[in-house]
Design a binder for this molecule. Sequence first.
Ligand code: PMP
Ligand code: GLU
Length: 379
Amino acid sequence: MKALSRKVADIAPSATIEISDRAAQMRAAGIDVIGLSIGEPDFPTPAHITRACINALERGETHYAPSPGIPALREAISQKLETENDIPCTPGQVIVACGAKDSIYEAMEATLNPGDEVIIIDPSWVSYEPCVQLSGGVPVHCGVRESDFQVDDSLLEAITPNTKMIICNSPSNPSGAVMNDASLRLIADAATDNDCYVLSDEIYEKLIYGKDHVSIGSFDGMADRTITVNGFSKAYAMTGWRIGYAAAPDPVAKQMIKVQQHTISHPATFAMHGAVAALTGDQQCVEEMRCEFDVRRQYLTGALHEMGYETAPAEGAFYAYVKTGGDDMAVSARWLADAHVAVTPGTAFGTPGWVRLSYAASLDRLKEAMHRIAVLPEK
Ligand code: PMP
Ligand code: GLU
C-alpha cells in the first residue's frame, strides 16, 4: 500500500487520552486504578442544562443549524465576552465548535501558512503542538520561569520573522499557574511589535482560586489580533457534549467559518440549546464545583508538600504539577504499575521531570492515591 499521511504519522498520540484509556483497560481487568491522568470534571452536568437539551430534543431541534452555531448561543457568548471578559465582540465573530479543541484547530487552519511559526509556552497542553503541525505550521517552544511559572524574556528570544501566533493559556494546563499582568503584557507587546496573532485558551477561566482571570483580548488594541477560545467542558462539567467556541477578529472568523462549513458543519443542534442554558442560567453551579475543586486542591497540594514534593503554583484549573526530581516517565509508569495511580508525565507537556495529577476526582480517591504513593517502597 502507498504510504499514509506523513503529516499525521509525524504527530504524537494524545498522552492524556492514551494514559486514561490504559487506566480504563486496567479497571476493566478488575484492577482498582485511581485515574488522576485526565482533566475531566467528575461532577454530573447541572440538571437545568441537561433539561434544556432534552426540551430541545422534544421540540424537534434535531436538524441542521447555521454552521457557526445557533443565533441564541452566539448572542449569549458575545454578551458574556463583552460583559465578563471586557472583549469587544459581536455575535458574528463567534464560532461554536465541537469543543475548544476543535476551535483551536480551526483557528490554526484559518491563520497558518506552511512554515508559519507558532510559539508554545511550556509546560503546555498536549494538543497545541499537533494542531499546529496538522495545520502546516511549525511549533516553536519556549519556557516559563521555574520559580513562579510566569513568562519571561525567553518568549522574545523565540520570536523570528516567521512567527505568526503565540499561544497563551491561563489558567494553565498542566501547571495550574495563572499568568500575572506582566506575563500578559509581555505576550501582548510581543504580538503587537511582531504583528502576530494571540490564541488565548481560557477554558479554565472559571476554575481559579484567589486570583482574578484577565483576558488578553481586553488589552488595548488586542481584540484585533486575539482569538479567544473557551468552552463548556470544564466550567459546566460538559466534556461529553463537545461544545466550545472561539471569538475572532472578523477576517479570521470568516476563514474559520469556511473551515467549519466544510468539516464538522456545527456541533449537535440540541447540545447547543443546552449550552445556551448553561450561559444564561444561574451560575451558582459553577461556583459550587469551583469550591469543591478548591477543597481538593488544598488537600492534594498539602499532602504532596508533606511528602516532600515541590509543586507549581496551583492557582487555577484542576491540576497539581509536581516535580519528581527524576525520570517522569519512569515515575508515572511505577505509580501506575505498583500503586495503581494514573498520572500524566511532564514529558507530554514539554517539561520532563514533572508529573501532572488531576484533582478532578473525589477527596476520598485523592486521599487513597496519596496513601498508595506514600507507602511505595523506596527504589
Ligand atoms: N484547552 C485546554 C488547555 C484543555 O485542557 C482542554 C481539555 N481537553 C481543551 C482545550 C479542550 O477542551 P474541550 O475540547 O473539551 O472543550
Ligand atoms: N484537557 C484534558 C487533559 O488535559 C482532557 C484530555 C484532552 O483532551 O487532552 O487531560
